[in-house]
Each structure stands twice: as C-alpha cells, then as structure tokens.
Design a protein around this ligand. Sequence first.
Ligand code: COA
Length: 256
Amino acid sequence: MSEHILVSQSGQVRQLILNRADKKNALTLAMYNRLSEALLATDSDPEVRVIVLRAEGDSFCAGNDIADFVAAVNNPDAMQAPLNFLRAISGVSKPLIAAVSGAAVGIGSTMLLHCDLVVASQQTRFQLPFVKLGLVPEGGSSLIMPQLAGHRKAFELLVLGEPFDAETSVELGLVNQISTPEQLQQRTMQLAEEIAALAPEAVRQSKALLKQNMHDQLQQVIQAEGELFAARLHSAEAQEALQAFIEKRSPDFSRF
Ligand code: COA
C-alpha cells in the first residue's frame, strides 16, 4: 500500500503526500505505518530542513479508514499504527507545514494540531465527528483544543462534531492562512522554502522551545486518549455508528 503515501523532494523540502484520493485519503493501517516511517526518516535526514504534508485529490484526509475501525474489534493491535503515527508527528523536530483542502475529518484535522504552519484552501471542511461515531477525541485534541478555543468551543467542536470552515479554523488558531485552492500548493511551498532558507539549527531549537512545556503532558494525553478510543471501538454505540456509515444510513443510538 506504499503507493498511498508518496514522498518527494525539492531542494531541502521533503513532501509527504497522501495519495488515496478515491477514498478521500482515509488512512489505513499501512498508510499510518508508512507515514510514521517517512516522518522519522525525514527528521533524521540531513538533506531535509522542512517537511510538507499534503494530499492528492479533492480532500486532505477523511480520517481513519472506517472499515479498519470495524475490523479493529478483532485486532487488538489495531490502534498501535495510529498511535505510533501520532507520536511521530507530534515529536518531529523539523518544521512541519500542512496544505489542506476539502475534507479534513477526524485525524485529518487532529494531525494539524501537531503541524507548525497550516495553509488551508477556502474549500476546506474540518470536522471532529468522534462522538457521532460513538468514539472519543484523539490525537491530543482533548488537550490542545481547549487551549486553543476554551472549553465551550472545544466541547462544541469535539462533542457536537459539526463541520467548520477555513475562516473558523483561522479564528481558532488551527490554521495560519487561507489560500485559493489553485494557489494552495504554491503558497505552501513558498513558506517551506522561506523557512528552509533560515538558520536550520535556530529554527529547530525555536520549535523545541515552543513545544517543550507541553511535550510530556501531550504524550501522556495521546496515550490515554488512544487507550480509551481503542476500548470505545468495542462498544455497541461505536459499532452501531460505524456499521451505519458502511450501510450509508444514520446511526440510531435510541436503544442505548
Ligand atoms: N473510511 C473509509 N472510506 C471512506 C472514508 C473513511 N473514513 N471517508 C470516505 N470514504 C470513502 C467513501 O466510503 C466513498 O467510497 P465509495 O466511493 O467506495 O462509496 C469514497 O470514500 C468517497 O466518499 P463520499 O462519502 O462519497 O464523499 P463525499 O464527498 O460525499 O463526503 C466525507 C466526503 C469525507 C465528508 C465523507 O466521506 C465522510 O464523512 N467520511 C467519513 C469521515 C469519518 O467519519 N472519518 C472518521 C473520523 S474519526
């Protein structure tokens, strides 16, 4: 499945590209593993100063592959791949810039909380539908979202789970700037090259300073969320919601 993650290099900028456009770049276990490997390899590669995360097709990422969630009930290790990915992306020492357009759902939004700059096209639709799926927030979002937006807004976004647009994402501090869909990649690469031209050690040390206070707490929260999330996948509530997605119907939680 390595064709679902592409890696390309221009100058000192390494691009990691989600390439499963027909499924809106929903992440399979193989994609998480490949992304984790690529992030770790890139972080220690002296040829790379900046990492860009982007996607092919009309959507950034529709979150975890729902069929994998359903199958996770019979696979006790199923949450290991997303957890390893979250540890990798939240621990990257080099600057990480994301270019986002279309759907950015679930981990397609929460992975952005670990990027240093995010450029979103006007067409981006963010959504954190964990509770709608009978699940709980992941990716450190239960820690970072209240810090960004306060408890009430974080509750609204993480529990009601309705989609929000690029302008709202800038107000929240989730996104730095908005571009047209046509200019998204060019604008992102401009920023990447601007950062790549800066003193590399000063950039990395500055990033480390910005993140050092939260590092240990964030790793603990990602782990705790992951354990609860994995347990929730076995719940009857989540099984109803996931089955409903596959059957293209609304979930019915009335019996719980
Ligand atoms: N897992 C697996 N397949 C997914 C997927 C996911 N998370 N998200 C989308 N797909 C698939 C669809 O099943 C569909 O496949 P098909 O063509 O074989 O039927 C294809 O991708 C296109 O999706 P579709 O729903 O037709 O596109 P859309 O533009 O109408 O809607 C989304 C896009 C992202 C809003 C919608 O697909 C969606 O809500 N996906 C689920 C997101 C989600 O809940 N993720 C988990 C978060 S924890």
